[in-house]
Design a protein around this ligand. Structure first.
Ligand code: DLL
Length: 434
């Protein structure tokens, strides 16, 4: 099922014509209305009028999060504040926040794109959508909210937190779609079990989970525990919020809404554009956004693009599920590892629970990794010998699959902090150690 078949299934040729005209208009607007872009283009010797093909985009300079920070709060706005009807902000893990603005048209576009995401995840106007992403400056809550309303579904604006009440509402109102981070979905599963509520008796059919990396094994874990089909939704505030890409029923990558965004994957070191299937950093150019257009924005998210036709009938390119942010990539004795790859292994070992934390420290100039993972209560109360066997087995699988040595510590159930939003999987003590 499509929400907007004309735009979601247009031929590649039509798409490229549309993208080029929208790109040219965006470059003109950014150059004439945002001093930051004028200077950036001038410094690079690029004139918007010289961009005559999509391939020419390569010559346009990148935009980074630092650029947005330097222009805090409203320096990246292409429209006067009078015409801005909403702002959101993202804190990121470090430093100053970045602010993004929306005109009334941007809010409509955004709602339209999130509606597509819900339809891709099997939603219709008959659904009851529980939005448990945070409302506020974070884009998750209001993003899903407006998309659900545009679809004509019934939206329950729960926001994050208050987990027992979430479960009660889910049961009493008969929610059919749950929207939250995958780590929060798991936590809900745990709380429901404590409340004696069985998901088989609830009406949930789908989950629209995103805002943080999660592995395929985590998907299976959530689907089994919550008795629903779990879909991956991707987005970032600098670009629009949720609604940049979403999985369809085929679930082999997330369709990027290319009539609004041009995705590229680059080598993060050289900045060179990589081909389909090659893994690197995702770069996005918005081509319809009015208030805060971003040009070749470096997301730091690691993925690859696939332009092959999809069985669902959509022609939009698919991005592979995001492994993680390049910021979170660990380099352990020369080997690159993402937390989600460790997650994949932890989840595949019998006896572990889907709650873990990765602690990185530096000893004598070498990075050391400790992985704390919860195990089921019955295992934890077993003899020490069995626990040692299990941690030894996980260490061995990590060494064989990822090529790194890590110390695995099994911890008691419920000792790792639960998340109601984005989970903190990585604790980096290296800076503290100096
Ligand atoms: O997290 C927007 C969002 C809300 C997306 C609700 C999906 C659902 P930010 O707070 O600006 O915006 O964080 C954006 O989160 O660059 C990725 O690193 C990460 N991220 C978002 N979605 C996914 C996903 C929202 N599906 C940053 N898989 C992005 C992996 C994701 N990482």
């Amino acid at each position: 099922m499509f929400w907007d078949e004309k735009n979601e299934a247009m031929s590649r040729d039509e798409m490229q014509v549309l993208q080029l005209s929208r790109l040219q208009a965006t470059l003109d607007r950014a150059y004439s209305k945002i001093p930051f872009y004028k200077k950036k283009f001038d410094d690079a010797g690029v004139k918007p009028a010289e961009i005559k093909t999509l391939n020419d985009l390569k010559s346009v300079p990148f935009t980074t999060k630092n650029d947005l920070r330097d222009n805090y709060p409203f320096g990246m706005f292409a429209e006067p504040l009078d015409d801005i009807v909403r702002v959101h902000a993202s804190s990121g893990t470090t430093g100053q926040v970045t602010v993004v603005g929306y005109t009334a048209t941007d809010i409509d576009t955004w709602a339209e794109l999130v509606t597509r995401c819900i339809v891709l995840s099997g939603g219709t106007k008959k659904d009851i959508i529980q939005v448990a992403y945070g409302y506020g400056l974070f884009t998750g809550g209001l993003g899903l909210h407006y998309g659900g309303e545009k679809l004509g579904a019934m939206v329950i604006p729960m926001s994050g937190g208050n987990t027992k009440r979430q479960i009660q509402v889910m049961k009493d109102f008969g929610s059919t779609i749950l929207c939250c981070t995958p780590s929060y979905a798991l936590y809900m599963g745990e709380v429901a079990a404590e409340m004696g509520i069985d998901f088989k008796q609830l009406n949930l059919k789908a989950g629209i989970f995103g805002a943080e990396p999660w592995s395929e094994s985590m998907r299976q874990e959530i689907e089994a525990k919550l008795n629903l089909k779990a879909y991956d939704i991707y987005g970032l505030s600098e670009v629009i919020g949720p609604g940049v890409a979403n999985e369809c029923e085929v679930q082999q990558g997330l369709h990027v809404f290319e009539d609004h965004f041009i995705p590229e994957v680059i080598d993060p070191d050289s900045g060179e554009v990589l081909g389909p299937g090659e893994q690197g950093e995702l770069v996005i150019t918005t081509i319809t956004k009015e208030a805060t257009p971003v040009i070749r924005y470096r997301t730091k998210d690691v993925t690859s693009l696939n332009f092959e036709p999809c069985a669902c009938g959509r022609t939009h390119a698919r991005m592979q599920r995001v492994f993680g942010r390049s910021d979170d990539m660990l380099i352990i004795r020369g080997v690159n590892v993402f937390p989600s790859q460790i997650e994949e292994i932890l989840m595949s070992v019998e006896g572990t629970e889907p709650h873990y934390q990765i602690i990185v420290d530096r000893q004598k100039a070498l990075d050391e990794v400790e992985i704390q993972v919860e195990v089921a209560a019955d295992i934890f109360s077993d003899e020490i010998k069995r626990l040692a066997q299990l941690s030894g087995l996980i260490e061995q699988e990590i060494r064989e699959d990822l090529g790194i040595g890590a110390k695995v510590t099994l911890v008691e159930p419920k000792t790792i902090q639960r998340s109601e939003g984005k989970a903190k999987r990585l604790v980096d003590k290296r800076d503290l150690a100096g």
